[in-house]
Design a binder for this molecule. Structure first.
Ligand code: NAP
Length: 282
């Protein structure tokens, strides 16, 4: 496993495992267990996925020492603000049966996220979280948060895949030493990505699958990827990306697939309304 070094010096695996849209507790526990026994050490969940408890059970069942794992969860909008964030953090730790987190992210750039950030800075300084970061922050919101606060986010997790390569925001993140992490690493299978002509031609050339080519492309761009699958054979497939290297020509061919448009536009009013409307507890 290759690691990236975050801006506070801690290491994070460049390839991890995500559990969005795995609401069934039994299925979630099983796929996280399969991922850890396959070799993944980084797991990405969120309070809003409603599966932290299942992730916690899988971690325990795996028997892998806590210090060998890198566990991320995220703070939902409903829990934004200093006091709420403090409470939500404690609840997440309890759900996960952990006594510290490796990475805690502000899930969305909405609500009182400046208050949330102050709570997270405190928890970080108290040694309860090894790194703090954000998700879905466009360059403008990210830079304002950085310039207004003491601690620079270690990570910004944004929608990143061949159809949405985040070229501009990646440059901003590089300038401020914020690690880019991709969500929707496999474009959630949308736009027939696994049958895409350019990606299929490249996959034939290396004797690899399209999913493996996409993950290799993320890794070679220095982007942390966290593909999700509930199928053991795909979990294994997505982890088997270390024994080949895409040529510059193939990297450029994949670059040509960028539309510059995300599936979810965080700048649109309808997205702000929709996501603020999602309540995960009373
Ligand atoms: P994704 O990983 O891009 O794609 C998952 C989809 O691809 C599933 O339908 C999966 O199906 C399929 N798949 C996986 N491996 C495959 C393979 N080798 N061949 C063919 N199909 C394959 O989508 P995602 O889950 O949305 O994103 C990844 C992670 O990012 C999430 O799980 C979550 O942790 C995080 N995320 C964060 C945010 C945020 O706002 N911060 C938003 C979305 C996601 P099966 O499961 O049926 O195998």
């Amino acid at each position: 496993m290759k690691n990236v070094i975050l801006n506070n010096g801690i290491e994070m695996p460049i390839l991890g495992f995500g559990v969005f849209q795995v609401p069934d507790a039994v299925e979630c526990e099983q796929c996280v267990y399969d991922a850890i026994t396959t070799g993944y050490r980084s797991i990405d969940t969120a309070t809003a996925y409603l599966n932290e408890e299942a992730v916690g059970k899988a971690i325990k069942r795996s028997g892998v020492p806590r210090e060998d794992l890198f566990i991320t969860t995220k703070l939902w909008i409903q829990d934004s603000g200093y006091e709420n964030a403090m409470k939500a953090f404690k609840k997440s730790l309890k759900n996960l049966q952990l006594d510290y987190l490796d990475l805690y992210l502000i899930h969305q750039p909405f609500g009182d996220y400046y208050g949330s950030w102050r709570a997270m800075e405190e928890l970080y300084k108290a040694g309860k979280i090894r790194a703090i970061g954000v998700s879905n922050f466009a360059g403008d919101r990210l830079v304002d948060l950085i310039l207004y606060n003491e601690i620079v986010p270690a990570v910004n997790q944004v929608e990143t895949h061949p159809f949405c390569q985040q070229v501009e925001v990646k440059k901003v993140m590089e300038e401020f030493k914020v690690q880019i992490e991709s969500w929707g690493s496999l474009a959630q299978g949308k736009n027939d990505i696994f049958k895409n002509e350019i990606l299929s031609a490249i996959s034939d050339k290396y004797g690899k699958t399209v999913a493996q080519v996409i993950l290799r492309w993320h890794i070679q761009r220095g982007v942390v990827a966290i593909p999700k699958s509930v199928h053991k054979e795909r979990i294994v497939e997505n982890y088997d990306v270390w024994n080949f290297q895409l040529s510059e020509e193939d990297m450029a061919a994949i670059q040509s697939l960028d539309t510059g448009k995300p599936f979810i536009d965080h700048k649109s009013v309808s997205t702000v309304k929709r996501l603020n409307g999602i309540k995960i507890h009373e």
